[in-house]
Design a protein around this ligand. Structure first.
Ligand code: SF4
Length: 497
């Protein structure tokens, strides 16, 4: 029997080789944190959306080992449909091995409306139609009269005040026409999928634009394994589409790119030249000196950590708003030891007011503040100023005095091949200090990057005392390293003069 699910179908529509590799070569799959995060966010949003139309019955059932009991779910779905229930959530269907679950089915006359819940803020993704097209095809095969198909997405203009207002948090978009058009082509694609999945021969599909659309493919390393390293896909500042076009024209390596006559940007050319070992580190001392002259002691090195949740957790916040929950601040005075200050909120309450108050206490007005890629810090400070008008003059003054430590690197005043074309602090730092374990993010425990911090902070609320203490220490250590790294970058720039 041929078994296929909605996610396999969407994979197949992105590239037939994806479900084939998942079945025949699962060991070459590369873990994808973004995909996992999408999945978790999707579950949380889906659970909440069940209440969108009032009372409902939910079909989800688990076996004693914690796995989904699909047999029971299908049986319950049949029962609830036969009973004519008004709203059925997570209804499960199987048409000769074609499986799908529907987030919400809502009775509409002699049929049902399908509501597919997405954790995104936009309904305009072609993959959503692929998804609903497959669903309506399977439902049709199971004898369900689908009247309407709607996408339920988050409305990012909704600002939470008190209890969540589901009717304003969610936006419903009718996509019936497009979903039915997709339904009409599903049988043909499924016929092809059956052939591909039954064959032990790997589909001969080469790398192309589909590898990054709609999602970055988890088999990309496998499919590009025969390309040289670095390859055309490591070139800085080119779109994925452009890289694919170069590959298709025969450009595989950096050397090929150089010899191809392709118009490449200055930064990209420098990346290639350094990678090919044509130069030592490039140090433009004159411009570095000019940049450093714009900075005056005492220097305040600032970095925020934020959370960005689909469901706004606090009053006054929107879906996916970047909410600052933590900062680290190193203060460097002339001829004095560096000082460190920090703030870490609690997920149980909105940390923004306390954070803003501490920030204005820690950073005087009119001093020189340094951030790395300052648009992020400036954006958060301006949002805090909007939220707390009484602190706005001070906060905006801090914002106005932020200099960007990424500038000397982004502008090409310093470059070395070890940076691999990237200017992020996680690339610049090891290039400047290749043998300093105290500056190595890999040596941190539990939190090694902003995404891990973002994921960990909301989970503090559910932790026991000891576990929470450890997690808070890991968050503080990570953020501290971010600003300490900035101090070290600053010192390295000074040492070039
Ligand atoms: S990397 Fe590209 S070619 Fe390979 S399976 Fe993924 S989408 Fe298909």
């Amino acid at each position: 029997m041929f078994y296929f699910s909605k996610s396999k179908y969407c994979d197949f529509r992105q590239c037939p080789k994806i479900p084939w590799l998942k079945k025949y070569k699962p060991e070459v799959y590369t873990e994808d944190a973004a995909r996992e995060a999408r999945f978790t966010a999707g579950n949380e949003v889906g659970d909440l959306a069940m209440g969108l139309f009032g009372d409902y019955v939910e079909v989800t059932s688990y076996r004693s080992d914690g796995s989904l009991d699909l047999g029971r779910m299908k049986a319950l779905t049949k029962q609830y449909l036969a009973e004519g229930r008004e709203v059925i959530c997570e209804a499960a269907f199987d048409a000769d091995g074609l499986y799908c679950a529907v987030d919400i089915l809502k009775k509409n006359g002699d049929g049902y409306d399908v509501f597919e819940v997405k954790s995104s803020t936009s309904p305009d993704h072609a993959v959503y139609l692929t998804d609903t097209g497959y669903q309506t095809y399977v439902l049709g095969r199971c004898g369900v009269n689908v009247k309407r198909v709607c996408l339920v997405t988050l409305d990012n203009s909704y600002v939470r005040e008190g209890e969540l207002d589901l009717s304003r948090l969610f936006r419903v978009t009718d996509v019936t026409e497009a979903a039915f058009a997709e339904r009409a082509v599903a049988a043909e694609y499924l016929g092809e999928a059956k052939k591909v999945m039954r064959s032990a021969e790997e589909p001969g599909i080469g790398v192309g634009e589909q590898c990054n659309e709609p999602y970055a493919c988890a088999f990309f390393s496998y499919c590009t394994r025969e390309l040289p390293s670095p390859s055309v896909f490591d070139l800085y500042g080119l779109s994925f589409k452009k890289k694919v076009a170069l590959l298709k024209s025969g450009v595989r390596s950096f050397g090929d790119a150089l010899g191809s006559g392709t118009k490449l940007g200055e930064i990209c050319l420098r990346q290639i030249e350094f990678s090919l070992g044509r130069q030592d580190a490039h140090i433009d001392r004159e411009h570095i000196a000019e940049f450093l002259k714009t900075l005056t002691y005492p220097l305040y090195f600032l970095d925020f950590e934020t959370i960005q949740l689909p469901i706004p957790p606090y009053d006054g916040t929107r879906p996916y708003q970047q909410i600052p929950v933590q900062y680290s601040l190193h203060i460097l005075k002339e001829d004095a030891p560096v000082e460190h200050r920090e703030f870490l909120g609690r997920p149980e309450e909105d940390p923004r007011r306390a954070l803003a108050e501490r920030l204005v206490a820690d950073i005087p007005e009119d001093v020189c503040v340094l951030a790395y890629n300052k648009s992020f810090e400036c954006g958060r400070i301006r949002e805090l100023a909007d939220a707390f008008p009484d602190l706005a003059p001070h906060l905006l003054s801090v914002c106005d005095h932020i200099a960007d430590l990424i500038d000397p690197f982004r502008k090409g005043y310093y470059y070395t091949g070890a940076m691999g074309g990237s200017f992020s602090i996680k690339s610049v730092l090891p290039a400047l200090y290749p043998d300093d374990p105290s500056l190595d993010y890999h040596n941190l425990e539990e939190v090694h990057n902003g995404s891990e911090a973002m994921d960990l902070f909301p989970r503090l609320a559910g932790m026991g005392e000891e576990e929470r203490k450890r997690a808070e220490a890991a968050l503080l250590k990570y953020c501290e390293l971010d600003t300490y790294a900035m101090v070290k970058v600053y010192e390295a720039l000074k040492a070039f003069l």
